[in-house]
Design a protein around this ligand. Sequence first.
Ligand SMILES: O=C[C@H](O)COP(=O)(O)O
Length: 252
Amino acid sequence: MPNASLVIANWKMNGNKALAKEMVTSLRDNHEQFQAVNVVVCPPFTLISDLTRECYYDDIAVGAQTVSEHESGAYTGEVSTSQLKEAGVSYVLVGHSERRQLFAESDEQINQKVKATLSANLKAVLCVGENKSQRDAGETWDVVSQQVKNALQGIAPESTGKIIVAYEPVWAIGTGETATPEQAQEVHEKLRALVVELFGEIGNKLPLLYGGSVKPGNAKELFSQKDIDGGLIGGASLKTDDFLSICQAAQG
Ligand SMILES: O=C[C@H](O)COP(=O)(O)O
């Protein structure tokens, strides 16, 4: 039976004002069906104010898809943690595989972004995951564990309450090829042990999300796995009905 606590929508470079309104209206109207689930929507920067304006009296939080590791200054095109905070953001995705691949974000930069996010008292959603060739070579856990260790280097256990880890196998992102619940659980179980090793017992409370072609049809089974506490949803979060079904599946 699913008992997932957190579902995050990542709209990537999609969406518009109409979708922002439609999504919030739909989540609001159906909220009693997923009361036990924290729902976060991460739109493009330009739609953050639309979402925060619509959500401010609801139990829906707004997130950003990335952030600068710098506080302010001559970084054309970047957005800082304090600017996000002022805009009403409470979650930040850090180290999404598209940022790593397409924008060459390094482990060191991701570590700085996690630190900047936590210092601003925002929640950091650290994204990790192996690509197809790494999985085929049997390197999944080496890759994932190293990404987690590098990103969380120097983070004090006191910050654990503001960290979420999202396991997103790159080969499952936007491909329709979901990790099986067993494949996902296998990595999540190791992730659970790793965060306990890094932070102590409090690591047992750190939410571990699965992402990668989560759909209404597979969400319930994925969310039923012991160490899967919710999902990071891409494509299906752009369709109001699908996203709603996934939020309902999280509650069980
Ligand atoms: O951040 C979300 C993930 O990249 C998953 O995307 P997807 O659900 O379209 O596979």
